[in-house]
Design a protein. Sequence first.
Length: 452
Amino acid sequence: MLNRLRHGENTAEDGSSADLSAASVSIRKADFNAPFPAGLEYAAPARGSWNIVHQGMLIPEAHQIFVCAEGCLRGVVLTAAEMGAGERFSMISIREENVLKGDMEDLITDGVSDILKKLRTLPPAVLIYTSCIHHFMGCDLPLVYKRLREKFPTVSFTDCYMNPIMRKSGLTPDQIMRKQLYSLLEPAAEKKENVVDLIGSSFPMEETGDMMRMLRNGGKTVRDLTLCRTYAEYRKMNEASVCISVLPPAKAAGEELEKRLGMKHLYLPFCYGYDEIRENLGILSEKLKIPEEDRESGIALAEKALLAAHRLIGDTPVAIDYTATPRPLGLARLLTEHGFCVSGVYADSFTGEEKEDFLWLQRNAPELVLHPTAEVSMRVMPRHTEKKLLAFGQKAAYFTGTRFFVNTVEAAGLYGYDGVRRTAEMMMEAYLHEKDTKTRIQVKGLGCGCCV
């Protein structure tokens, strides 16, 4: 396979000699769940994944205030500008004298107060993003929020974080951000048994998906932050008796809602394996006492779509990356089981949920190549392909240099047997229609409602 053979080369993208040995490993030699050592990191210019600004903007009418050094502000300012959401975004710049004087609490309190007084109308909620300097200095953030709530009693404040030092211990920034999206919900006076919250995803679940059909047909009212258009709608999410998460980073948000608001949390992880899908939908049916969808017809439609995709794509190499799907190894296994030629998976680590797929691929596709995305040698990795290659995800498209790719992030609301069917259809569409890769992957927050 072209994608495998070229990784033995020692020629970098610029034509110079380079050690590319850390840029790939066959899955038969890889360790689970971190096949590549941590170290200095490279960030590929594939920008479709959502960041903390995009996610915070999901709360309707809320205002974001970032408090950090000017160098750190560059990225988030550009994100807000690209979204056309500058009116919902403000910043407080930390300077050297603030660190030396030790007046960080006053800086935040006075800065936020000044911003809010200058707005045309007070927002119903404010998300304050503090940064690593506040933790290094031991800033008294509870005192800051106490002062602000006293000065602006009609505004709900919540703490958010732009803190890279939190990446390697405890909850990740992504997990924390998804959890804080629901921190403004207060205990409801009465729970409604027919209301279900879908939480922690950046995209609404597809109406054709098995879970959404079951909830609708079971008479459930479904509430989802991605579908809320007003702050009042968002606040009504507290009435749900059950909340459901399907993405690994969203699990902590569900656990927090169960603990704080008394919702029953169901974690029914996104997956590709029919047995796991069957188990998840069975749990949904049992816990919510709603009818289950016809499994056999769902599987038949998925199989039909996979067969059509394989007839079209044939032995064309397929590369998959972790930004497109929370289960890159699960997708690799599904495609391998159906005769596709999966040549590479781009991911720096894998969740424990993928261990079974990892072991299956070790036994059945031992030459499958794993590639990191953050390893520094990836910046000079040859990025071209002489033959047609289909990529699933922006980073896979970038690293392989293909113009044929499925342009999606975070599974984009797919779920269940229908999600498998839609995945196969997206692969066929991508195979048939060439894209301008460089232009497409530079757009931040793919699918974010107001992004350019």
